[in-house]
Design a protein. Structure first.
Length: 586
């Protein structure tokens, strides 16, 4: 007897906590009949099919989400041809809320596990261990199922603290993100979110959580992503965990939390400000700043408090903040979305994600699509096409703006250039609109420029809108390039460093630095030639490292002589990955 738990992840770096949770709950009693198989949507369906076939399972359980449903549908259409005697079970948010419809679509599916599956799968394993082929009567005695004859009795929520720890060995998760949950459920009722269906919040016993966090810390896990829907919904719980991470920091592990920023207390802010740079990152769902939109989707949010919290956390430059917006929500038209964008952009998040409404089966907003005039794709990810307020033309344009935000803002490769350039436009949103139009007119959406050439593209775009500051943009882009990496092939807009004066200055600088270590203490083991290889020395005319000063660009801003800047790549900022910048006395 073999029960195969199958996950199809979006990327290799992802893992699937659902199947590991199912396995952990039943491992002590049924480890001899359970196996795990993980794949990605980037693999060929025929290869996954062959691999599953070669494992000869008697029962298969698929973990189903919007990102893997198309692949699972492909597998379901062929599995019973090659494994005709194998029972197939489905579970997960993709199939929980339209289970009867799914069973009608796939005649080879035995049944669907509704909601939380640990106890349900445990009971199924016990029955399969006794008999590999279960009768309908045997299945109807198991709570939490949807069968062809209808639903069995509902499964009550389990005691979350009784769930065993998912991880015992870090080897299977090398170079992958590890997911962890310290709570289940969400107190909020956001109409677009499936978490709004679960009315209760269950906390894992804090002493258990601390013990499990020790496992990650002791094994120097690179990143742990908490999947709690609103991590800080219970103040005491969040404080206990953040204090524990502060007091037991291993200097390596990064922890990701999804939070509601407007309910963060001053006490929590003070604690977060104490953490090591890069220790924690926060994902904050703003979604919209339109009050009517927020009301329509059942969100409660104090936007002014949220802005205060984001600003307060940002002051210490120690925590990465990721802010989200959703296009396609009720009462949000193109202009309103632009205003939401500008207000969130003004908060200067480390990343600004432009998402599009997904109309998920089971989410409350799915019952109001006619009222709101929401049309969406019939296949995953069920993404909005248009609404009463947002046309399909608008959605297409916002998609292009989204790509510009990803390439230029979220890449963090053009930070200083964008900060100066945005002042040329009426608003940040209008700048990304214009950049999207520039990409469109030059065919860059079809033939995407390479990462290096994007600097050239941005220079040409900037000069088109602000020609008088061409030299400043060239220097800003040069500065931004070397903040990120010590490139060997310089773009054409970078000034030449091959003239004798620059060559002599660089030679003399590194020869002197080899003796004095004035600017690079702690690098005594490196010779002057080696120092030149792990750092970069660049001359600038304008104070590009101080964008506020550049606002008043005039002849007064031009130095009497070039200011040399040293980029030290041995000491990168753990938050931004930017090189340490040192002003050299000329």
């Amino acid at each position: 007897m073999k029960f195969l738990l199958v996950a199809v992840n979006a990327k290799y770096i992802h893992s699937n906590p659902a199947i590991y949770s199912l396995y952990a709950y039943s491992e002590e009693k049924y480890s001899d009949i359970m196996e795990i198989a993980e794949y990605t949507i980037n693999q060929r369906g025929e290869d996954i099919l062959a691999h599953i076939y070669e494992r000869k399972p008697d029962v298969i359980g698929f973990s189903c989400y919007i990102w893997n449903w198309n692949m699972i549908c492909e597998l379901l259409s062929n599995l019973s041809k090659v494994l005709p005697n194998t029972d197939i079970w489905l579970g997960g948010p993709q199939v929980t809320y339209n289970a009867a419809e799914i069973l009608e679509q796939f005649s080879n599916v035995t049944g669907i596990i509704i909601g939380e599956g640990e106890v349900t799968v445990h009971e199924l394993l016990g029955k399969y261990q006794r008999s590999e082929h279960l009768s309908h009567d045997e299945l109807t005695s198991v709570a939490g199922l949807c069968l062809r004859g209808g639903y069995t009795k509902p499964r009550p929520a389990m005691d979350f603290s009784k769930l065993p720890f998912l991880y015992h060995d870090t080897a299977p998760f090398k170079n992958r993100i590890i997911y962890y949950e310290s709570s289940r459920g969400c107190p909020y009722r956001c109409s677009y979110c499936l978490s709004s269906v679960d009315k209760t919040v269950r906390l894992r016993d804090i002493n258990i959580v601390k013990k499990e966090l020790d496992f990650f810390l002791e094994n120097n896990v690179k990143q742990v992503k908490f999947v709690d829907r609103t991590f800080n919904c219970v103040h005491e719980h969040a404080m206990e965990i953040w204090k524990y991470l502060r007091d037991h920091d291993n200097g390596i592990t990064n922890f990701h939390f999804e939070i509601a920023a407007d309910i963060i207390s001053d006490e929590e802010i003070a604690l977060l400000q104490e953490l090591r740079p890069g220790h924690v990152q926060l994902e904050i769902g703003v979604q919209s700043t339109n009050e009517k939109t927020i009301e329509a989707i059942n969100r409660k949010m104090d936007l002014e408090r949220l802005e205060h919290v984001v600003s307060a956390i940002k002051k210490n430059h120690n925590i990465h903040q990721h802010l989200d917006l959703i296009a396609g929500l009720p009462y949000e038209d193109y202009e309103s979305f632009g205003r939401s964008f500008d207000r969130v952009y003004a908060m200067k998040p480390d990343q600004l994600q432009l998402g599009f409404l997904k109309v998920l089966s089971g989410a409350p907003i799915a019952q109001k699509t006619e009222e709101f005039g929401i049309s969406y794709t019939k296949q995953p990810p069920y993404e909005v096409l248009y609404t009463k307020w947002l046309s399909y033309d608008d959605v297409i344009r916002l998609k292009k703006i989204e790509e510009m935000v990803e390439l230029y803002y979220n890449s963090n490769q053009f930070v200083n250039t964008l900060e100066f350039l945005v002042r040329t436009f009426e608003s940040p949103f209008s700048m990304y609109e214009a950049l999207a139009d520039y990409y469109e007119s030059n065919g860059y959406f079809t033939n995407s420029p390479s990462r290096t050439y994007r600097y050239e593209v941005l220079l040409n775009f900037a000069v088109e809108h602000d020609e008088s500051n061409r030299e400043i943009y060239a220097e800003l882009l040069t500065y931004d390039i070397y903040l990120r990496e010590n490139i060997k092939s310089r773009p054409d807009f970078c000034k030449s460093l091959l003239d004798e004066e620059h060559k002599k200055y660089r030679h003399d600088f590194y020869r002197e630095e080899e003796k004095s270590r004035q600017y690079l203490p702690g690098l005594d083991k490196y010779s002057g030639r080696q120092l030149a290889g792990i750092t970069h020395l660049e001359p600038f005319v304008y104070p590009v490292w101080d964008v506020d000063t550049l606002l008043y660009a005039s002849d007064d801003n031009v130095a009497e002589s070039e200011q040399y800047v040293l980029f030290d790549y041995t000491k990168k900022n753990p938050l931004t990955r930017e090189a340490r910048v040192i002003m050299v006395n000329s």
